[in-house]
Write a protein that binds this ligand. Structure first.
Ligand code: G3P
Length: 217
């Protein structure tokens, strides 16, 4: 499973990429707004930090505007993935981007029917929003499983990118349900390393080791 960071924070991306476990980055208009930085500059910087896919979202709502913005974003670096909303216009743009060889991430997916259309449009990635569905009293993880089954039934190449992830349990469940990738807020990425028994066990091992008076080096 590929793990992406859902953030435009370049300092954090650089720090976490040092683990060798970050496969890519996703952003959205809300995250860019929060960063207070110009989108073209941030995306270019992120593309210098990670070799994997970097999702940059269009702001237009009509297909023609999405195509113009997407082409501009895609020209920033070869690893830019143009993120478009799962709307009728978004899928028209996705279809054209596929013809032009521009990678896409179709976002704001909340149903299996929407995901089916995204795959038919030739999306590189589809982003079902797990956390927001759960917040709404729906079954976010069930959606991942449904999309997996549909994509496997028809051999669609579109990758399932579990988004709106809130905690490590979401990551585990998405992996079990067959998501190809998950995009995580940096805090959730850091939480993946942790388990109280790991900390307790390490403390015990280090205590016992100190008693031996030995040194490996
Ligand atoms: O970037 C898309 C998605 O991950 C947003 O998550 O937490 O705003 O629902 P959230």
């Amino acid at each position: 499973m590929q793990l992406f960071l859902d953030t435009p924070d370049t300092a954090l991306i650089q720090e976490l990429a040092e683990t060798g476990l970050v496969d890519g980055v996703t952003t959205n208009p809300s995250l860019i707004a929060k960063s207070g930085r110009p989108i073209l500059e941030v995306i270019a910087e992120i593309c210098d930090l990670v070799e994997g896919p970097v999702s940059a979202e269009v702001a237009a709502t009509q297909a023609t505007g999405m195509l113009a913005e997407g082409r501009k974003l895609a020209a920033i670096a070869p690893n830019v993935v143009v993120k478009v909303p799962l709307t009728r216009d978004g899928l028209i743009a996705t279809n054209e981007f596929a013809r032009e060889g521009i990678q896409t991430n179709v976002t704001l997916c909340f149903s299996a029917a929407q995901a089916l259309l995204a795959a038919k449009a030739g999306a590189t990635y589809v982003s079902p929003f797990i956390g927001r569905l759960d917040d709404h009293g729906a079954d976010g993880m069930g959606l991942i499983a449904e999309i997996r089954a549909i994509y496997d039934n028809y051999d669609f190449d579109t990758e399932i990118l579990a988004a709106s992830i809130r905690n490590p349990a979401h990551v585990t469940a998405a992996a079990l349900a067959g998501a190809d990738c998950a995009t995580l807020p940096p805090a959730v990425f850091n939480d993946l390393f942790k388990h109280p028994l790991t900390e307790k066990g390490l403390e015990q091992f280090m205590g016992d080791w100190a008693k031996t008076g030995q040194s490996i080096l």
